[in-house]
Design a protein around this ligand. Structure first.
Ligand SMILES: Cc1ncc(COP(=O)(O)O)c(C=O)c1O
Length: 403
């Protein structure tokens, strides 16, 4: 309540929803994951996945703690530079990078992760035509995982593309493979699967005998820590950051007992999902012919713009005396019938009560469309300090790209 009052005092419109970024959680996620990753094998790096949530305040905090940036577009690359990231600490992934963008990254000494042969053909020509530029490259591997049938990303290990590119790079004086990479998002995101991934990278690193290998990178895709209400909706067990990190660290220690390349991970959701909450209010409760329906000042586009069917975990802050309801829907401000934030709410509820949706830090802000409403402000909370880190979007912001 105290937090709501303090934030309400900072916003002009009393009914404006807002997001809260919990800075203690941001730091705790990073520190927990990093200490697990270094528990057995001491050389590890976290490359934070910008696509998940590129809010500068969040990214900068991860960078201050030691994180690199993992980006998949020039837009994200530019944001990382603006956040002060040293270009050598930017890993440039992505399945459809533009050539002029790859050139900029290569000239900056960022690591370009090669995804496919066309990309490599272009990089090869660039290397030959620019012998003065030392190219730092990584190979993204595509292989069959036991818990996933197929991925469309990376150079195939099975059909020989990976070896072809690795051999060609070794014949080019000004190009070096500094990293081996893979990334998969599997249904269960199991610890076992991460062991399999890192083992595969270690075997390939040894087979290819890459002399200057600086890192093996198992990508992201880890589950985030989540409230029970969300956890209960998954059939799989949700591993902890400690379980993932320790397993990867153990495998690296076994693979490189006397030390070797860095272990790199590219977490997005695991670092950011549980760092943000979305606060909105019950606007009205209608008694319709079939059932009562509560309408709130938020939308499902604020809490899950990927439009999955999971019920995002929430709490109600009861501010007013209300009726008690049984299994009613709480719907959003848009004109879409299916804009439902809570499928079945039972309990007391009144106009003016706050709904606090949890775990909305990943793939939310970056995917929120300016559909019907511009987006809402974000406040970072750190100990006693509440700082506005993203202002309310205005209609001018939304119109600014239309000519
Ligand atoms: C190459 C790469 N790395 C990291 C991530 C981050 O994934 P997650 O948010 O599931 O950790 C993604 C997400 O698509 C990705 O494509």
């Amino acid at each position: 309540m105290d937090l709501i009052n303090k934030i309400e005092a900072q916003i002009n419109e009393a009914d404006c929803p807002f997001y809260v970024l919990d800075m203690a959680q941001v730091k705790a996620n990073y520190n927990r994951f990093y200490s697990a990753l270094t528990s057995h094998y001491k050389q590890a790096k976290i490359a934070y996945s910008y696509k998940t949530n590129y809010m500068p305040h969040l990214c900068e905090t991860y960078h201050k703690l030691g994180a690199w940036a993992e980006v998949v577009s020039m837009m994200e690359y530019q944001i990382a530079l603006k956040n002060g990231v040293n270009p050598t600490e930017i890993l440039y992934n992505g399945p459809a990078k533009k050539f002029r963008e790859i050139e900029m990254a290569l000239r900056n000494q960022s690591v370009v992760h090669i995804d496919h042969l066309k990309e490599w053909e272009w990089i090869k020509t660039f290397a030959v035509n620019n012998p003065e530029v030392l190219l730092r490259l990584a190979l993204r591997l595509n292989f069959k995982l036991s818990d996933q049938n197929a991925s469309r990303f990376g150079l195939s290990l099975e059909n020989g593309d990976l070896n072809t590119v690795a051999n060609e790079i070794s014949a080019i004086k000004n190009a070096t493979v500094v990293g081996l990479h893979c990334h998969f998002t599997t249904k269960d995101r199991s610890v076992k699967s991460y062991r399999e991934r890192v083992k595969k990278l270690i075997v390939v690193a040894k087979n290819l005998k890459i002399s200057n290998l600086e890192y093996v990178d198992v990508g992201g895709g880890f589950f985030s820590e989540m409230p029970e209400m969300l956890e209960n909706q998954f059939s799989a067990d949700i591993p902890t950051l400690e379980e993932y990190g320790t397993a990867l660290s153990e495998e690296m220690k076994m693979g490189f007992p006397n030390g070797g390349p860095l272990l790199v991970v590219e977490p997005g959701a695991a670092l950011s999902a549980n760092t943000m909450q979305f606060y909105c209010k019950i606007w009205e409760i209608k008694n319709l012919h079939h059932a009562p329906v509560a309408i709130c000042t938020g939308s499902k586009y604020n809490i899950k713009p990927t439009l999955h069917n999971l019920q995002m975990p929430y709490k109600v802050v009861h501010l007013n005396e209300g009726q008690s309801f049984y299994k009613i829907a709480v719907a959003g401000y848009t004109c879409k019938e299916d804009d439902v934030l809570i499928y079945e709410y039972s309990g007391p509820l009144a106009e003016g009560d706050y709904l606090v949706f949890q775990n909305i830090g990943a793939y939310s802000l970056v995917l929120k469309p300016p559909f019907i409403e511009a987006d809402f402000p974000v406040f970072a909370v750190e100990e006693e300090n509440i700082t506005l880190v993203k202002r309310r979007q205005t209609f001018e912001d939304v119109l600014s790209t239309y000519l």
